[in-house]
Ligand binder design. Structure first.
Ligand SMILES: *[C@@H]1O[C@H](CO)[C@@H](O)[C@H](O)[C@H]1NC(C)=O
Ligand SMILES: *[C@@H]1O[C@H](CO)[C@@H](O)[C@H](O)[C@H]1NC(C)=O
Ligand SMILES: *[C@@H]1O[C@H](CO)[C@@H](O)[C@H](O)[C@H]1NC(C)=O
Ligand SMILES: *[C@@H]1O[C@H](CO)[C@@H](O)[C@H](O)[C@H]1NC(C)=O
Ligand SMILES: *[C@@H]1O[C@H](CO)[C@@H](O)[C@H](O)[C@H]1NC(C)=O
Ligand SMILES: *[C@@H]1O[C@H](CO)[C@@H](O)[C@H](O)[C@H]1NC(C)=O
Ligand SMILES: *[C@@H]1O[C@H](CO)[C@@H](O)[C@H](O)[C@H]1NC(C)=O
Ligand SMILES: *[C@@H]1O[C@H](CO)[C@@H](O)[C@H](O)[C@H]1NC(C)=O
Ligand SMILES: *[C@@H]1O[C@H](CO)[C@@H](O)[C@H](O)[C@H]1NC(C)=O
Ligand SMILES: *[C@@H]1O[C@H](CO)[C@@H](O)[C@H](O)[C@H]1NC(C)=O
Ligand SMILES: *[C@@H]1O[C@H](CO)[C@@H](O)[C@H](O)[C@H]1NC(C)=O
Ligand SMILES: *[C@@H]1O[C@H](CO)[C@@H](O)[C@H](O)[C@H]1NC(C)=O
Ligand SMILES: [Cu+2]
Length: 709
């Protein structure tokens, strides 16, 4: 059987790139050769050109109608590109101005792409570029010199990712190179957590005082984004799973989610109901996604997690699955039974053999580590078995699946063919060929020795004087923007920019987030290899590296209130001693995940747990509650690359830092980069009640506004 080019089941809201994006293939003009660093060994790169019209629409992916963002009228289209080609995407921001008001623009990130020597196109707001404002366009243009495999594209400005501005990104092997695995069809599988509130309304309250004594009717008070209302699989979910009498979730003895599906945290604009019947004409396509298989066939699922909050376990009923790649890099094939974990930003490619009795089987995703979250469901449908029925087996309930254990996580290893360069059989040969960076410098995946070790302590400080709750690395909270220009641009224009802005450790200046909006003249830079400040501070957090250095990073997760993390003291401060799991994503690189551990990393014993032979080579890792993770990467990519928590609601309140590499070798700034506004409303600031009232003048009427307040 031929490999389906794009085998997703096209519902009304979900479409494949094949349907969406006309890809115009032609030979590159000479200007491309001049502008972009390319090795002469890639002679005939074709240009794949796309025009993406980004608009706002109404949709009901989970049977609840709300605003959603579309790309050329499609929700979360798959983007498929060929290794070695030049990808050129012109993004037209045609969102209505009122929708964007709080954050000022969008930017698109190619998650997992190293973009060697192309840092300008990384798509990070105020990292690599100014946001693309409403009514403006910008063209991302770079060679796809990445391993063939599974990636994610998504907005990287604010929380628009949560409004649907994301999708699966696939790199196909270059022409003439077969895929390393044999399978009958290839299913992109995008997992998302879905909120009924828009992204900006979720983020808006995170910036406000958590300390209620500091909240007033001007600042408003802090509010967590709450649990998602549903989990989507390829843009489909059923919010009604939790409420239909006799439907999914309404199973004797199961958790009853009705109470938590009501209007608790999200805004319901007037004229829209909380629940709408599945058959409502307002909810076209409201349904589960079906993945159709033929008995005996082998299927590749490209599982991609684009979540704000959910750390998921996905399970395929009665089918043992085999993991073949994580974060686009082939692994030694391994099976954990029916399930696999994917945290936000991670990808897992698996093979499934349709070797069961023909019928319909549950595909279930479950939210881990947060009690009360919903499940997501899809159906594995054997062709020829009864149509239009859900599986007859009991619906798997939240909490039913166990997340991977520590030893399972650590047993994921890079495929040995990539280390040995062994091309003895055709599969190994294809694997090596598909993986190989070209024209990259890295020729082996053998783990190098580290030149420097960076410890990153995680805490969740409550900081003075604002009473805000933040996430920090080494007691430093990263503000999203100051100053209102991209860091890459600042450094490219002035190589000594960091030196001039470097503050001595122990400084006590804290940016007032309400003042920081717009000017940011008092930006701080903190050198991460210095001792961490005694008290939590807000400041630009930078790790500067020279090209060629090998950096080891040990991330230590601990209590939220650690490191003087709560100025209030007493019982209130003491109560904030919990720890949370986080996914950390590194831009511009893959890294060796040497080990993930529980408890406290110990320099005398923990390195003995490292896999220095063939550890997983990833771009996103999970640090467990109260645990640690150790990674190594080679500083070989001049540019500004964020390293950050991929849970958006943590990212926007400080859980990020920048790796600044090879400032003397930065590629020249393309002439057509977007231009920043004089002021920038980053980090959802100031988000005072008066600000929100003016930024949302009766967008959907007072009720909506009320909710955002
Ligand atoms: C997507 O929209 C843009 C802008 O409207 C258009 O130029 C392009 O041709 C569209 N692509 C497809 C495949 O419709
Ligand atoms: C973008 O899509 C919107 C909504 O479908 C449409 O009104 C507009 O004309 C499109 N823009 C372009 C440039 O095609
Ligand atoms: C807001 O608080 C101030 C005092 O801090 C008070 O004078 C004012 O009436 C309050 N406004 C509203 C709308 O409650
Ligand atoms: C769930 O709760 C609703 C009321 O909120 C009740 O009517 C329904 O019977 C409950 N279902 C189950 C399965 O407990
Ligand atoms: C709703 O969620 C809360 C925690 O968020 C939990 O304590 C409560 O039991 C849940 N209610 C139901 C009916 O499941
Ligand atoms: C799945 O693997 C488990 C062992 O991990 C085995 O017990 C079970 O029989 C397998 N199921 C199928 C359907 O192969
Ligand atoms: C399922 O639907 C397809 C297409 O409508 C039809 O050809 C097939 O016969 C149906 N199969 C069964 C078992 O009903
Ligand atoms: C999935 O299959 C069901 C029938 O089992 C059908 O009603 C539904 O429309 C299908 N979903 C999609 C997204 O096509
Ligand atoms: C990137 O740029 C550096 C420094 O200019 C150069 O040494 C390296 O070969 C380039 N790498 C690629 C893949 O183009
Ligand atoms: C992290 O915290 C530990 C104490 O828990 C401390 O020993 C270590 O120096 C800290 N790391 C850094 C980089 O400051
Ligand atoms: C920022 O600039 C505005 C005018 O553009 C000024 O009113 C405001 O005081 C400035 N804030 C800071 C902190 O400098
Ligand atoms: C980590 O250790 C704690 C305390 O011993 C234990 O409760 C927890 O289950 C462990 N976590 C993992 C993933 O092993
Ligand atoms: Cu986090």
């Amino acid at each position: 059987m031929a490999t389906a080019r794009c085998a997703c089941q096209a519902g009304l809201l979900f479409a494949c790139a094949a349907l969406v994006a006309s890809s115009e293939i032609h030979n590159p003009g000479r200007q491309l050769q001049q502008t972009y660093a390319q090795a002469p060994s890639v002679p005939l790169a074709a240009v794949e050109h796309y025009d993406w019209n980004i608009t706002l629409s109404q949709g009901a992916p989970d049977c609840f109608q709300r605003n959603i963002i579309l790309v050329n009228n499609s929700f979360q289209p798959v983007l498929e590109v060929v290794q070695g080609n030049i990808l050129e995407i012109t993004v037209h921001n045609n969102l209505p101005a009122w929708f964007i008001d709080v954050a000022g623009g969008i930017s698109l990130h190619w998650h997992g792409f190293s973009l060697v020597n192309n840092s300008w196109y990384d798509g990070t707001n105020y990292g690599s570029q100014c946001p693309i404002k409403v009514g403006q366009s910008f063209t991302y243009r770079f060679p796809v010199n990445e391993p063939a495999g599974t990636y994610l594209w998504h907005d990287h400005s604010q929380l628009y990712r949560s409004d649907g501005l994301n999708g699966v990104l696939i790199v196909k092997p270059r022409e003439g190179s077969p895929e390393a695995w044999q399978y009958d069809a290839d299913y992109p599988m995008l997992l998302g957590d879905w909120f009924h509130g828009e992204g900006d309304s979720l983020g808006i309250t995170l910036n406000r005082p958590f300390d209620l004594t500091k909240a007033n009717n001007i600042t408003g008070h802090w509010r967590w984004i709450g649990l998602p209302q549903s989990l989507l699989i390829n843009g489909h979910g059923m919010y009604q799973d939790c409420v239909i009498p006799g439907g999914l979730g309404d199973v004797a003895g199961s958790a009853n989610y009705s109470a938590n599906c009501s209007v608790q945290y999200y805004d319901i604009p007037p004229g829209r109901s909380v629940q709408q019947p599945e058959a409502d004409p307002n909810n076209p396509g409201c349904s589960h996604t079906n993945f159709t298989v033929e008995e005996g066939g082998v299927y590749r699922f490209r599982i991609v997690a684009n979540t704000l909050e959910a750390i998921q376990t996905i399970c395929f009923e009665k089918h043992n699955i085999t993991l073949i790649a994580v974060d686009a890099v082939p692994t030694e094939p391994i099976s954990f039974g029916e399930c696999m974990d994917v945290n936000s930003g991670q990808r897992a490619d698996i093979l499934l053999t349709a070797d069961q009795e023909p019928g319909n089987y549950w595909i279930t995703t479950q939210m881990n580590y947060r009690v009360g979250g919903p499940n997501g469901y899809a159906v594995l449908h054997y062709e020829g078995s009864s149509n239009h029925t859900l599986p007859t087996t009991p619906t798997p309930q939240p909490g039913a699946a166990e997340p991977l254990t520590l030893s399972q996580i650590n047993s994921i290893e890079t495929n040995r063919a990539l280390l040995s360069g062994d091309e003895s059989d055709s599969s190994a040969k294809a694997l090596v060929e598909n993986f190989r960076y070209f024209p990259g410098d890295q020729t082996t995946l053998a783990v190098p020795n580290a030149d420097r070790l960076l410890g990153l302590n995680i805490s969740q400080p409550l900081i003075e004087p604002t009473g805000q709750l933040r996430w920090a690395f080494n007691n430093i909270v990263q503000p999203s923007s100051p100053p209102c220009t991209p860091l890459l641009r600042d450094i490219a224009l002035d190589q000594d920019w960091l030196g001039q802005h470097l503050a001595a450790p122990g400084f006590d200046t804290v940016l007032d987030p309400y003042e920081q909006v717009g000017n940011g003249s008092d930006a701080l830079v903190f050198e991460a290899f210095s001792p961490m400040p005694l008290d939590p501070v807000t400041g630009l957090h930078v790790l500067q590296t020279d090209l060629g250095e090998v950096i080891e990073i040990v991330i230590q997760n601990g209590p939220g209130n650690a490191f003087n993390g709560d100025y209030r003291g007493g019982a209130e401060a003491a109560s904030r001693n919990g720890s949370e799991a986080h996914p950390f994503h590194m831009h511009g690189h893959h890294f060796w995940l040497l080990a993930t551990g529980n408890g406290t990393w110990d320099p005398s014993t923990s390195p003995a747990e490292y896999n220095l032979d063939n550890p997983a080579y990833r771009d996103t890792l999970t640090v467990l509650k109260g645990g640690w993770a150790a990674l190594r990467f080679v500083s070989d990519n001049p540019g500004v690359w964020p390293f950050h928590c991929h849970l958006d609601a943590h990212f926007v309140i400080g859980h990020a830092m920048y790796i600044v590499e090879g400032t003397d070798r930065l590629p020249p700034m393309p002439e057509d980069m977007p231009v920043c506004s004089a002021t920038c409303n980053q980090q959802f600031g100031p988000n005072t009640v008066p600000f929100v009232d003016s930024a949302y003048p009766d967008e959907f009427g007072p009720a909506d506004n009320q909710n955002k307040r």
